[in-house]
Design a protein around this ligand. Structure first.
Ligand code: CA
Length: 240
């Protein structure tokens, strides 16, 4: 009887450990792949693969200046994010929620992720910053707001990265969601001015990653163990 119980707990522990170790989000720090091909251009998206722009043209910043806007910011944008050092590595993405010819616009970008486990709870973590110093009036600005970033999974809204509390400062943000049943998964980030009335906002993201919620794994392991115990007890009691 005793060894059987031990085996059940070992199996439950193994089940908890077999969570895929592959990163769900690919290139979440934007460090690899071509952004602009060495020549930053505000008229094309600076989203290295597998990221793709889904609305307008998010901008890639590269502190080394090799493939993206360097520490001088975007000159034509009145030096947006000038002096901003990436939160992780050398590159980050800047994108806007503003007014283009008096019409609100939201820049956005997405990727097809590695597969998720349906029903599993995940947390998306990222570093977020804002340049709200009132620059780039001619480019859907002036950007004076501290907007928010909506997170979409497979096109459905799952949460929002709340507004920054300081200018030009990386702050950690996260959103938790339960993976839907699907054959493939996308994640998308949409810049938003936030609750109206709000001001045009130009925000940055870096160091994006996704992790399975530990509580869920523990609950699953405990649940499996409880189920196994119940089966064991039922079998045990039937011999009485
Ligand atoms: Ca980075």
């Amino acid at each position: 009887m005793k060894p059987k119980t031990t085996k059940i707990f070992v199996l439950a522990a193994l089940a908890a450990l077999t969570v895929p170790s592959t990163a769900q989000i690919i290139n979440g720090s934007f460090e690899t792949g071509v952004a602009y091909g060495g020549s930053p251009n505000i008229n094309i998206p600076g989203t290295p693969s597998p990221w793709v722009a889904t609305n307008f043209t998010p901008d890639c910043y590269d502190n080394t200046g090799v493939d993206g806007w360097d520490l001088n910011g975007i000159p034509v944008y009145d030096n947006m994010f000038r002096g901003m050092v990436a939160a992780d590595g050398n590159r980050f993405i800047g994108f806007a929620a503003g007014l283009y010819q008096n019409t609100p616009i939201s820049e956005s970008f997405m990727q097809v992720m590695n597969p998720l486990t349906p029903g599993q709870t995940y947390t998306v973590n990222a570093m977020m910053a804002v340049d709200d110093l009132g620059k780039a009036a001619a480019y859907s600005g002036p950007y004076t707001g501290r907007g928010v970033i909506d997170v979409l999974i497979n096109g459905s809204y799952v949460g929002t990265f709340g507004a920054n509390t300081q200018s030009l400062t990386w702050e950690a943000r996260s959103v938790t969601f339960v993976a839907p049943v699907a054959s493939s998964y996308t994640i998308e980030f949409v810049a938003s001015m936030g609750t109206l009335p709000a001001s045009p906002s130009y925000m940055a993201l870096d160091g994006i990653n996704m992790v399975p919620e530990p509580g869920t794994i523990l609950a699953f392991g405990a649940g499996a163990a409880a189920l196994a115990r119940r089966r064991f007890n039922r079998r045990g009691s039937s011999t009485e």
